[in-house]
Design a protein around this ligand. Sequence first.
Ligand SMILES: Nc1ncnc2c1ncn2[C@@H]1O[C@H](COP(=O)(O)OP(=O)(O)OP(=O)(O)O)[C@@H](O)[C@H]1O
Ligand SMILES: [Mg+2]
Length: 277
Amino acid sequence: MTGAHVEPLLSVDVSVRYADKPPVLRDLKVELQRGEVLGLVGQSGSGKSTLAMTILGLLDKKQCHIEGAINFQGSDLLQLSERQLRALRGRTIALVLQSPLSALNPALKIRTQLKEAWRAHASGSPADCLLKIRSALQNVSLPSDDGFLRKYPSQMSVGQAQRVLIAMAILHRPGLLIADEATSALDVITQSEILSLFRELNRSTGMAILYISHDLASVAGICDRIAILHQGAIVECGTTQQIFDNPYHEYTQKLIAALPRIRSVPPASKILSASAT
Ligand SMILES: Nc1ncnc2c1ncn2[C@@H]1O[C@H](COP(=O)(O)OP(=O)(O)OP(=O)(O)O)[C@@H](O)[C@H]1O
Ligand SMILES: [Mg+2]
């Protein structure tokens, strides 16, 4: 069927302002297709988390003024009741945040925390729950034995803790995962491992990912398309290749020009002989 319009998974058209301040998001329009990984890049304070919170219905409506529509699987999320949103969050739309160790409860074993996440949206026997938990841990390449399940967050590395949070986020096989600076607190090697994990989960489960970051370089490796957020609006959106090869907006050009370039490193012998003189 050529020319058939494919309904996007998520279609956002919103303006948001906090109290009586100027708008943070101004007629922001962005679409995410099923199974797609879309990067949302913008500098600190540009409104990335505000957009994530608006999609998840987590902004305090008494403090914020929200206008527009967020269509997701046939309904406008802005029109849903708090009860309907609670049924959706963590089940159909999941969120992974920046600081894994502060997102986990330090006083509870990870087994308890994963069980709570499972029971928030599913019934079934304890054996079934444990099966789902072990399977989610295996999906994020963590051990799933009893010894690991008995660990407290403080007994894990930050990379392991982020994997536990991702396991929690994918427990209910959400259609959309929002990752808000999910790798920003990690060292470069762990960051690259977690980025590969997101890509792998996207391929194996078909889950769409809205990958939010201030770091254009980290987004480039995993995203199908990238949307650039600047002054409250999407100023440019294209495939990763288009954004890097042919950025048309001045702000995108600046972002690309600001990426670190690797200069050739002189051989060690030259450095040693220079320092000896
Ligand atoms: N609860 C709030 N009340 C008032 N203003 C807020 C609130 N939360 C965010 N803001 C303001 O909205 C703007 C956008 O903030 P937001 O946290 O969405 O940016 P961000 O792009 O996620 O930044 P970062 O990269 O630092 O996480 C900022 O100017 C911020 O000060
Ligand atoms: Mg943020």
